[in-house]
Design a protein around this ligand. Sequence first.
Ligand SMILES: Cc1ncc(COP(=O)(O)O)c(C=O)c1O
Length: 439
Amino acid sequence: MTDSALLATLRSEARDAPESGIVEVFNYGRGRPGLIPLWVGEGDLPTPGFISEAANRSLADGETFYTYQRGVPELREALARYHMRTFGRAFSPDRFFATIGGMGAIQIAVRMAAGAGDEVIVPTPAWPNLAASVGVGGARPREVAMRFGNAGWTLDLDELFAAAGPRTKALFLNSPCNPTGWTATREELQAILAFARKRGLWIIADEVYHRFSYGAPRSPSFYDVAEDDDRIFYVNTFSKNWAMTGWRIGWLSSPPALGQVIENLVQYSSSGVAAFMQRAATVALDEGEAFIAEQLARARAGRDIVCRGLGATGRVRFSEPAGAFYLFFAVDGPSPSGSSTRPMSASRRAHPSGKRARGSSAFATCARPTRSRRRRRGWPAGWAASRPPARRSPCWRQASRCAGFPHPARAAAGRDGSTPWSAPWRAGRRAGRRGTVSA
Ligand SMILES: Cc1ncc(COP(=O)(O)O)c(C=O)c1O
């Protein structure tokens, strides 16, 4: 059987899952000498020793067996304590479930909320995994473009609500947002919750950057406005706050009534998170506040360096992010090669010392359409990089539309690079290259 015949036998949602642009850049740069890694959303500090030591102790104690599907009781109790400290009210440990990173929490939430024939609303620009996880689950992501203007990035709630149709089952809200840093206000959360209640929708609240907030100790949360039994899945992770990206542990929070369903979904997917990781996570929650403060200070200093540096060029358009640790920006003017307007492909995490930068995701590469789309739109042959273009998730393409990513022929001719779909950038003419920078 040929490779393509073999592929044709697969379930289409799996076969057609988009290649991740982030992973593409990661694979391209990994191990290349002299290259500063700027591709994935993580800082440059390793996991603190007191967290790793808890994992070591657990392994030494022989905790190497199957464990609780919902999470060990001690972790779920620590999560309740952490939420009580952070949000100032009581939480039941029964609403927390250990997952394989924040991504595992998203997967489980999507599987519960939407399936074949359903739609999930996703505001964009967005981390592409959100829409892709909906597609892999058999549902359809319905994108709503955010706007960029003098007030920075904004989400038009009327447009968001208008996107909800008869098939809509859920809406994603990632605040603070990767990659724009946009952070919903309490009033916006209240309005979205009221709409979701009225329409019977689930909200998938991705609040993984809730501690990376530059104007307040934390960003506004649905926890501030919702009841415990509201239809909200909260996605969170140990990856960012506690520098544990490589560990792959996060948590899902939902009304406790869903406990058995979630336990079943965990059993039939990962069958649980390793006990030693859960022990480390428990210590992170109980003893990690000083480390989070250090992380936030570094991110704030990095944000200032990046904003100052890019602002000084006079050619870069961006708004100072209110949260998360990215900067999403557009560079005016033609590309150095003259013929190509290939977007910038890296995000950067500036080292507070100013000596070096270290990175995160590569949103801009999404702006490269597939070969057939380029042909249909009459883009010049040879525009593509030497490697064949990867398929992109709808969100990546949406990100490029939001950016007003220019048609190369028009850009080369020195004409306006904005496109008909570039609502947020209508005011900004001659958009050039595009990238994200983590602060
Ligand atoms: C918005 C958002 N949600 C979820 C995640 C997933 O986190 P994890 O690495 O723990 O799976 C990320 C990671 O970059 C993210 O940016």
